[in-house]
Design a protein around this ligand. Structure first.
Ligand SMILES: [Zn+2]
Length: 302
């Protein structure tokens, strides 16, 4: 059994490398792409349908263009280093909370399987933030879904969601989400490693704080030598919205002003340094480059 998995992986490795150049023609999930010397996998957890009114401050003309509801991709990424397999966010999972709110999501396990990655392979899971669509997949009911993995989470993020009494002091509308996050937290806590500020995890993987969407919202950087990839979580939710005007909001931002500051800072960095961007909710696979455009920016899909 093990042998056949290894053979399959070897085969997939070759097939994926060959496919890496045809990214533009791929619409399917598990899209491989190169970041300098490193090969990364773009995976899909499906998509969500969200009300256009959640894009705060946007004019009616833009909302009409977006349609209603707006289909929002759910992108996840994975990277195999020599001795480690990294997963960047973990998808929505199949809790009641998720399947009720987002019946079109939770596809990541199928995508991982198609890429030849079994849950036991994953050694490191780096989390951008703890909204259920990014960490729900860590739990299978009351069990941790990736038994050999260490989960890297910003201390500011963990402490926000798991503050004593938050399940009763949070605004009413937020309580079901808080309960879902705390359930997942209880399930994974023995495997969590908290970090603060900018941290290097080795194998080219590091994180930088990008707070606002949530207090510990984090961007993940993969250094591939001559190129770098920045995975931005919910820094930008839609390519037609948050690039042209980074001041437009998103209803799920915990601190809208801080989210705008982080958005401007990181978009500026990515455009100035020519980095590749991977965005969790920009149209699948969420990969592109950022270009300055007047007072704002433009997203150029890879
Ligand atoms: Zn999200």
């Amino acid at each position: 059994m093990r042998q056949s998995i290894l053979n399959r992986r070897k085969f997939l490795g070759t097939a994926l490398a060959a496919a890496a150049t045809t990214i533009a023609s791929r619409t399917a999930a598990e899209t491989p792409f190169l970041v300098g010397e490193k090969q990364v996998l773009a995976l899909s957890d499906g998509h969500f349908n969200m009300p256009a009114g959640m894009f705060l401050g946007t004019p009616a003309s833009l909302r009409n263009k977006l349609g209603n509801p707006v289909q929002i991709a759910a992108n996840t990424y994975a990277y195999r280093a020599d001795n480690r397999t990294f997963l960047f966010d973990a998808g929505a999972g199949k809790s009641d909370f998720i399947t009720k709110a987002f019946p079109t999501a939770s596809k990541l396990p199928e995508d991982l399987g198609a890429a030849g990655i079994v849950p036991q392979d994953v050694t490191d899971i780096v989390i951008t933030h703890m909204h259920p669509d990014h960490i729900g997949g860590l739990a299978l009911g009351n069990r941790f879904a990736f038994p050999n993995a260490r989960i890297h989470i910003a201390a500011a993020e963990w402490n926000f969601w798991n503050a004593k009494g938050f399940e009763t002091t949070a605004p009413d509308a937020m309580r079901p989400m808080v309960a879902a996050v705390q359930h997942i937290s209880n399930t994974i806590e023995n495997n969590v490693a908290l970090h603060s500020g900018s941290v290097d995890f080795g194998d080219g993987v590091s994180v930088i704080p990008a707070p606002g969407h949530t207090p510990g919202h984090t961007a993940i950087v993969l250094d591939g030598g001559r190129e770098r990839l920045v995975l931005v979580g919910d820094l930008t939710v839609h390519e037609e919205v948050h690039f042209a005007n980074p001041e437009y909001g998103w209803a799920l931002d915990i601190d809208g002003d801080e989210a705008v500051m982080s958005r401007k800072r990181l978009l500026d960095m990515m455009s100035a340094d020519g980095l590749i961007m991977g965005a969790a909710h920009v149209s699948s696979p969420g990969l592109g480059r950022v270009e300055r455009n007047g007072d704002g920016f433009r997203f150029l899909p890879l």
